[in-house]
Design a protein around this ligand. Structure first.
Ligand code: ZN
Length: 222
């Protein structure tokens, strides 16, 4: 790799002079600094005059275009408030940017493929989770209506989506967790809980109202 890097500053001094054409570099113009701080050229005399400019913001694109270019000029502008120079992009060969963009686009395909794979794995895990959780519900509530255990397990799976330990085995589901899921299901499907909202009652009152109904159903199902 024969990339050479040079810093380009927007001048904040009027005293700067181009070491090639000897012209003064006006305030706010691009000054291409050489190794020593006080030596440099104007932008027109520099090798960057024919290059393409890449704005910052995409780290991979910045890194790759620099790698593929034979030279790189990093543009700095003076931040008066912070009293320091800040990176504002780089001048590199146009072909290097094209190549870097291609590489980034290829990566994107890779990333999309990985995401797709992960989604398939997740769907399979969900299926296992629902099957195992259903089994555990059925075990505790053998008299619950047909397929209700699947509805309850599916809802729980959505609710806890992405949580650690979602692929638990049936024996790993504890009774309290199952009871909570079953109770919530009964509250919404077997009582008048939902229709009582908006009638002036507080949520707490409605909850205590349906408590007995829930207990009755739970007993029937177990
Ligand atoms: Zn010059």
């Amino acid at each position: 790799m024969n990339t050479f890097v040079q810093n380009i500053f927007l001048t904040k001094k009027e005293t700067l002079k181009c070491s090639t054409c000897q012209k003064r570099i006006p305030l706010g113009e691009r000054y291409v600094a050489e190794s020593e701080k006080h030596r440099g050229t104007c932008f027109s005399c520099s090798p960057f005059v024919k290059s393409a400019f890449l704005k910052p913001g995409n780290a991979a694109l910045t890194r790759r275009s620099k790698k593929h270019s034979n030279y790189c000029g990093v543009l700095f502008t003076w931040n008066g408030r912070r009293k320091r120079f800040e990176r504002k992009g780089q001048y590199v060969e146009a072909a290097a940017i094209t190549k870097a963009e291609q590489e980034c686009a290829d990566d994107e395909k890779d990333r999309a493929r990985k995401n797709e794979k992960a989604a398939v794995v997740r769907a399979a895990q969900d299926k296992i989770y629902i099957a195992e959780f259903s089994k555990a519900i059925r075990g505790l509530y053998p008299n619950c209506p047909k397929n209700r255990e699947v509805a309850i397990a599916t809802h729980a799976c959505e609710k806890y989506s992405g949580r650690v330990g979602r692929t638990a085995k049936a024996k790993e589901f504890d009774k309290a967790m199952i009871d909570l899921a079953v109770e919530a299901h009964i509250r919404h499907k077997e009582t008048n809980y939902d229709s009582q909202f908006g009638t002036g009652k507080s949520k707490r009152m409605i909850r205590s109202d349906v408590k007995l109904d829930i207990t009755t159903v739970l007993r029937k199902w177990s």
